[in-house]
Design a protein around this ligand. Structure first.
Ligand code: NAD
Ligand code: UGA
Length: 469
């Protein structure tokens, strides 16, 4: 691949740090844009030339609310390149934000991280630095990866043969959610840093100072936080914090789904149960929405990765195993609920409203919509779908799925509608119109307990939620 010329960085701009971010995806782009917004000079690097070219043209490769404006706002402090070696030489701090997808056994595949680490080593070998390069692992990586990255950087330097590399590896796990990534990055609940030397922690504290002290300008009024806790620990504990956080949230959702299923049997309403337990500060009200369960690029892969880390030590992670089983069962419940009212699904038209794994994103990784569509397709149903943002990508991902451009087009002639993703626009659906367009028995399966059952029934449809009595 022909490499693009390295962008010129104007050193005259008053900046604290020159920050390199390798991996211009959901995490890399948002991290880079936020650090530029708070005053740093940022170079975003990616192996994909197509991605870098489109970013240079001002086109974002992902849908993330608020990101475009933030990047425009800080455009004079952001550059793009495919030259990772060049970024490693120029940056004070270099974030690794590449994908760590699951391998065939469910473990985190670290090949992208390894490739970047070796490239950093090659680039640093023989280049004089007064201060060590801070190599920051922002990708989600198993405990012990910090040492692995250090080893690979050293190996890369040896390969280049021009002398040792001057660097430090730190762990800085990311907790942003897609759909609210910009907000989460500017107003995080905490910043976690893992390192084995004080100077690295001090450098990272200085980098994050504007966010820790909440001193950057914002239109968000009132400012949600006075200051952000900065948690420092060792590398391995920092890496574990990330997996523990995602696993806990996934378990919390599976727990409320278990309660939803029992509520349904006994005739209780899980929404009331969740509200009742959520007010206990020890439990908390967030992540208690029952329904078809968790998907996305992180919970499924990170829970599996944590299970496989435990397995390496012959430890069976029983709670995680159960959380995964409950989650898989929630998707199957959609099929059972459809069969309960439609009986055979063969030849039935079923419309999926919402295809992205959650609202406000175009991400389809491990989306329940795709898994449900496959299950319905294998039972002979005719599956159609609609999503405000992820429609085109869904049609590419699942050629058997007919994607329509309008929710009313999608429900036309449908025997059943499944609300898969709770996009806000579905709150304003004209339910009478939906019912009039549908075919008998006019079943609506609300996969997110999002709609008011009385409205749905009042419009002439059968309502089936999850654990709603
Ligand atoms: P992504 O797939 O959106 O982006 C990854 C980017 O890295 C892509 O643009 C890809 O081209 C690039 N890349 C891959 N290999 C590369 C290489 N060798 N050199 C340069 N670029 C390379 O991934 P993402 O969702 O941003 O996730 C990145 C990491 O952050 C993962 O470890 C993920 O688990 C973690 N994370 C993700 C989220 C999230 O909400 N998406 C949140 C927290 C943490
Ligand atoms: C999640 C975490 O919330 C982030 O903190 C973390 O950084 C990120 O994973 C990651 O490591 O990538 P994200 O996957 O973007 O963020 O989205 P969430 O809002 O957490 O939702 C995940 C899934 O859980 C979605 O499918 C959502 O529909 C489902 N969910 C969420 C529920 O079923 N019920 C809930 O109450 C909340």
């Amino acid at each position: 691949m022909e490499m693009k010329e390295a962008p010129a960085i104007s050193r005259s701009t008053p900046v604290e740090f020159t920050v390199g971010v390798v991996g211009a995806g959901y995490v890399g782009l948002v991290t880079g844009a936020c650090l530029a917004y708070v005053g740093h000079r940022v170079v975003l690097a990616d192996v994909s030339e197509e991605r870098i070219v489109s970013l240079e043209r001002g086109q974002l490769p992902i849908y993330e609310p608020g990101l475009e404006n933030l990047m425009l706002d800080s455009a004079d402090r952001i550059d793009f390149t495919t030259e990772i070696d060049w970024v490693a030489r120029e940056a004070d701090v270099l974030f690794i934000a590449v994908g760590t997808p699951p391998d065939e056994n469910g473990s985190a595949d670290l090949s992208n991280v390894a490739e970047v680490a070796r490239a950093i080593g090659r680039a640093l070998s023989g280049s004089y630095r007064e201060q060590p390069l801070m190599v920051v692992n922002k990708s989600t990586v198993p405990a012990g990866s910090g040492d692995y990255v250090s080893m690979l950087v050293r190996e890369g330097a040896e390969e280049a043969g021009n002398g040792a590399a001057n660097f430090r590896v730190v762990s800085n796990p990311e907790f942003l959610r897609e759909g609210s990534a910009v907000y989460d990055s500017l107003f995080p609940d905490r910043i976690v840093l893992g390192a084995d030397c004080r100077s690295a922690l001090d450098a990272m504290r200085a980098l994050y100072k504007p966010i820790i002290e909440q001193s950057f300008p914002t239109d968000v009024d009132p400012r949600p936080k006075a200051a952000v806790p900065f948690i420092t620990t060792d590398l391995t504990s920092s890496e574990m914090i990330k997996y523990a956080a995602n696993a806990f949230l996934a378990v919390k959702i599976s727990f409320i789904n278990e309660i939803a299923n029992i509520s349904e049997l006994v005739g209780a309403d899980v929404n009331s149960v969740a509200a009742g337990i959520g007010l206990d500060e020890r439990i908390g009200s967030r992540f208690l929405n029952a329904g078809i369960g968790w998907g996305g690029s992180c919970f499924p892969k990170d829970v599996m990765a944590l299970m496989s880390i435990a397995e390496e030590y012959d430890y069976e992670a029983k709670i995680l195993t159960a959380a995964v089983e409950v989650n898989t069962r929630q998707r199957r419940l959609v099929v059972s609920k459809l069969q309960h009212d439609l009986h055979t699904l063969k030849g039935k038209r079923i419309a999926l409203l919402g295809l992205a794994f959650k609202p406000n994103t175009d991400d389809l990784r491990e989306a329940s919509s795709l898994q449900i569509a496959r299950m319905l397709d294998s039972r002979g149903a005719r599956v159609v779908g609609y999503d405000p943002v992820a429609g085109k990508a869904a049609a590419r991902a699942l050629p058997g799925l007919r994607v329509l451009h309008d929710p009313y087009e999608a429900v036309k002639g449908a025997h059943a509608v499944v609300l898969v993703t709770e996009w806000e626009e579905f709150r304003n659906l004209d339910l009478r119109c939906v019912a009039s367009l549908m075919d008998e028995p006019r079943l609506l399966v609300d996969g997110r307990n999002f709609l008011d059952p009385r409205d749905v029934k009042g419009a002439g449809m059968i309502y089936r939620g999850f654990g709603r009595g």
